[in-house]
Write a protein that binds this ligand. Structure first.
Ligand SMILES: C[S@@+](CC[C@H](N)C(=O)[O-])C[C@H]1O[C@@H](n2cnc3c(N)ncnc32)[C@H](O)[C@@H]1O
Length: 225
C-alpha cells in the first residue's frame, strides 16, 4: 500500500534507543528505562480487528510497517498483528490504520522478549522476524530477541503447518540464527534464494537493501511433526 506522506508525514526521525535495558526482558531489570513498552497479559481482539478474531500472523519488530500494511492488503482474510518496541512507529502506523480504516491489521507497542502468552497456542499460521536489529558486538548478543527460548515460544503459538520466516542482511546474524536452529529438534529450515520461493511483500529494510545492492539472507522454518 502506498502511504500518503502528506496525510501521514513520517516524523523526521524515529527515536532509536541506546539503553541496553530496553532490549532485555522486564524480569531481568532492576530499573525500568523510560519508554519501556508495557507488559501485556491479555488482549481483547475485538478492540484490534474488525472481525473481532485473533491474529493469524505476527510481524515481530515491524518497524515502519511497509511489509505489515502490504501483507494485510494482499491477505484480506487474514488478521496480522505487528509488535514493535519503539513507540514512535507504533503511533504513526496506528494513525494510518485508523485513518485508512484497514480492518485486518493492528500494531501494539510491545517487546517480544517479554513473551507471547497472550497469543493462543497453535493459533498462528505465519510469524515474521524480518531484519531484526543486528546488535553486532558480542557483548550485545543478549539484546537479540532470537534464542532457544524465543523459538520455543514460536513453536508453541504456531499451528502444526505454520511457518516462521526469518531475514537479515548481516551474515554473522544469519549464521547465529542457523546455529540456534541447528541446536534444537522441533524445527527444520530451508534457505530461500528466490522471490518465487519467498512469496512475500518487501519490508522497509529489504527495499533499502535492494536499493543499495546489499545482500540479504532468507530462511523458512517449519515444525518437525
Ligand atoms: C531493523 S528494524 C526492521 C523493521 C522491519 N521488520 C523491516 O524489515 O523493515 C528492526 C525493528 O525491530 C524492533 N525491535 C527490536 N527489538 C524488539 C523487540 N524485543 N520487540 C519488538 N520489536 C523489536 C526495532 O525497534 C526495529 O523497529
Amino acid at each position: 500500500m502506498k502511504i500518503d506522506s502528506k496525510k501521514y508525514p513520517l516524523p523526521s526521525r524515529f527515536r532509536h534507543h541506546s539503553s541496553p535495558n530496553l532490549y532485555l526482558p522486564l524480569s531481568e531489570l532492576k530499573t525500568i528505562p523510560d519508554y519501556y513498552p508495557p507488559l501485556i497479559e491479555e488482549i481483547r481482539w475485538n478492540d484490534l480487528f474488525a472481525n473481532g478474531k485473533a491474529p493469524d500472523a505476527l510481524d515481530i519488530g515491524c518497524g515502519k510497517g511497509q511489509f505489515l500494511l502490504d501483507f494485510a492488503e494482499l491477505n484480506p482474510d487474514l488478521n496480522i498483528l505487528g509488535l514493535e518496541l519503539r513507540k514512535g512507529p507504533v503511533e504513526w502506523l496506528n494513525q494510518i490504520i485508523k485513518g485508512e480504516n484497514i480492518p485486518n491489521v493492528a500494531v501494539i507497542w510491545y517487546s517480544v522478549v517479554n513473551g507471547l502468552d497472550f497469543i493462543e497456542s497453535e493459533s498462528i499460521s505465519k510469524v515474521f522476524y524480518l531484519f531484526p536489529d543486528p546488535w553486532f558486538k558480542k557483548k550485545h548478543i543478549k539484546r537479540r530477541a532470537f534464542n532457544k527460548k524465543f523459538l520455543e515460544m514460536i513453536n508453541k503459538i504456531l499451528k502444526p503447518e505454520g511457518i516462521l520466516y526469518i531475514a537479515t542482511d548481516v551474515s554473522d546474524v544469519h549464521n547465529y540464527h542457523l546455529e540456534i536452529l541447528n541446536s534444537i529438534n522441533f524445527f527444520r529450515y530451508e534457505l530461500v534464494n528466490s522471490d518465487s520461493e519467498w512469496k512475500l511483500p518487501r519490508t522497509n529494510k529489504e527495499l533499502f537493501c535492494l536499493k543499495k545492492n546489499i545482500e540479504y539472507y532468507r530462511v523458512k522454518v517449519y515444525k518437525n511433526l
